[in-house]
Design a protein around this ligand. Structure first.
Ligand SMILES: [Zn+2]
Length: 424
């Protein structure tokens, strides 16, 4: 194992392409699924995998697609407010909808309970929260509560002044739902009630559902047994910026680690499979279909998923270990032996593609930067601030070293250790 890790670390230290891959992905812009920008991102990644091995392949996956011309949000006096429909938002009637706004502040479950009698027929206004923390309430839960209480529409505001509107998925996936948009801090301030009089808005969204298809870029590098480690990252993002932190960082690091290990895998106990997913921002649709359609036998050969999502933008890395207790120990022991810092967080989080592996009983972790550090650069993800200058070369290099350390162990440790990671 030591020789393997030493060889991989030496290759990584000499790899100049990680930074240029990161820049090239940012140059593709936001890579929102269903756009030419996403297509350019997938084709770039595929060409980089093909340069490692001719075995690189693309597998199609379907997801509930949606497209929408610009939506509008206006106050009763006609003035226009910032408005970015959430991916997959339900449409308003063709003429739009007019309704009063009820501001639920943060929009916690308690906030919804307290105002339960006042929500039906109104537009619910809530605030976005820093997504990588133990106390965060996800946008899609707030959206679900708004629907359950009969809200006419859902508005989520960026709590940061000057930060612009947000992006994100409604999670509707072609099913029933309510119109859902994001707005900015300044617009939300104008939606506050004046005395006892609530603000009234006119909202118009004309989206269209369609059956969409995207691809998973895959490279299989076989080891000495049928078992493999899947190293993954999502290519897609949102169109307000470059999706640099989320997730050009993860893709660039996975590519670099794949280059470093590729010549070494044939002599390892387990193989390495690289998976670059898309439609992750669409409620994890790409990886969901990829895992769901696999046979139980194929899934049983995946010993571990290491998923990189947002690994730059802060200096601290955390492994989200998805309630596999032995995985947490495995991460801490491997990192400590290599002298690398890492935090761990045990609860299962449905916030990236590792969730779909974990859901099928496959040990799965997400490496993420900035966990519980809401003041770091990662606060800008999902906004126009998710741009390349928020990420340092040192952050990418640190993420690559930690990934290589975990991977080297997972590729070579005994079955007693690695297959036991499945035990709950
Ligand atoms: Zn992400």
């Amino acid at each position: 194992m030591t020789n393997l890790l030493d060889a991989a670390m030496t290759a990584l230290a000499a790899d100049a392409a990680m930074q240029s891959d990161f820049t090239a992905l940012c140059d593709c812009c936001g890579r929102r699924a269903g756009t030419p920008s996403e297509k350019a991102g997938i084709e770039f990644v595929q060409s980089r995998l093909a340069a490692i091995s001719p075995a690189a392949a693309l597998e199609p996956v379907a997801y509930a697609g949606w497209r929408c011309p610009p939506a509008t949000l206006r106050l009763a006096d006609g003035s226009e407010l910032a408005c970015n429909p959430l991916l997959g938002s339900a449409s308003t009637p063709a003429a739009g909808l007019s309704a009063e706004v009820i501001d639920l502040g943060r929009g916690s479950e308690e906030d919804f309970k307290q105002h339960a009698a006042d929500i039906a027929g109104r537009c619910v206004l809530v605030r976005h929260e820093y997504p990588f923390s133990a106390v965060h309430v996800h946008r899609r839960r707030k959206y679900g509560w708004a629907m359950d209480h009969g809200a006419a529409a859902f508005i989520i505001a960026n709590p940061a002044p000057g930060g612009g509107p947000l992006s994100g998925s409604s999670g509707r996936g072609g099913a029933a739902g309510i119109p859902a948009i994001a707005t900015d801090y300044e617009s939300a301030a104008r939606l506050a009630p004046v005395g006892s009089k609530r603000a009234r808005v006119h909202l118009k969204i004309e989206g269209e559902d369609y059956p969409a298809q995207t691809r998973v870029a895959i490279l299989n590098l076989p080891g000495q047994t049928r078992d493999c480690i899947v190293l993954s990252a999502h290519i897609d993002g949102h169109d307000l910026a470059e999706s640099a932190m989320d997730n050009a960082t993860g893709v660039a690091v996975v590519l670099a680690v794949a280059r470093a290990f590729a010549p070494l895998i044939a002599s390892c106990r387990r193989g390495l499979r690289i998976c670059f997913f898309s439609a992750e921002e669409w409620a994890l649709a790409g990886s969901r279909q990829y895992l769901d359609r696999m046979s139980a036998d194929e899934r049983s050969a995946i010993a571990l998923n290491i998923n990189l999502d947002t690994v730059g933008g802060d200096t601290q890395l955390t492994a989200l270990t998805s309630e596999f207790p032995r995985l947490e120990t495995f991460v801490v022991e491997a990192a400590t032996a290599a002298g690398l810092p890492v935090n761990t967080y045990a609860p299962l989080m449905g916030n990236s593609d590792h969730f779909n592996f974990a859901r099928h009983g496959i040990p799965a972790l997400r490496l993420v930067a900035g966990f519980d550090r809401p003041q770091c650069n990662i606060r800008h993800i999902l906004t126009r601030g998710d741009t390349r200058e928020k990420v340092t070369e040192a952050e990418l290099a640190a993420a690559a070293r930690l990934t290589a350390t975990l991977l080297a162990r997972a590729l070579t440790d005994s079955d007693d250790v690695v297959m036991a990671l499945r035990k709950k």
